[in-house]
Design a binder for this molecule. Structure first.
Ligand SMILES: [Zn+2]
Length: 59
């Protein structure tokens, strides 16, 4: 499934946080937007839940 949400391609340089848009241009700075997939729950630690399940307290 394709996401309709787009994000300013230059937000890291021009904004404090991602600027989302449904159009081709950032409504804030006018830069081109790029498509973005829904963010994973925790991109930095994909196995965190699994690891925590193995490390249950009380065992
Ligand atoms: Zn922008």
């Amino acid at each position: 499934m394709k996401s309709d949400i787009r994000v300013c391609s230059a937000w890291r340089e021009r904004h404090d946080r991602p600027v989302y848009s449904l159009g081709d241009r950032c409504p804030d700075c006018g830069a081109a937007t790029e498509n973005t997939a829904p963010a994973p729950f925790n991109p930095g630690d994909p196995y965190g839940e699994y690891r925590r399940a193995l490390n249950r307290p009380g065992r």
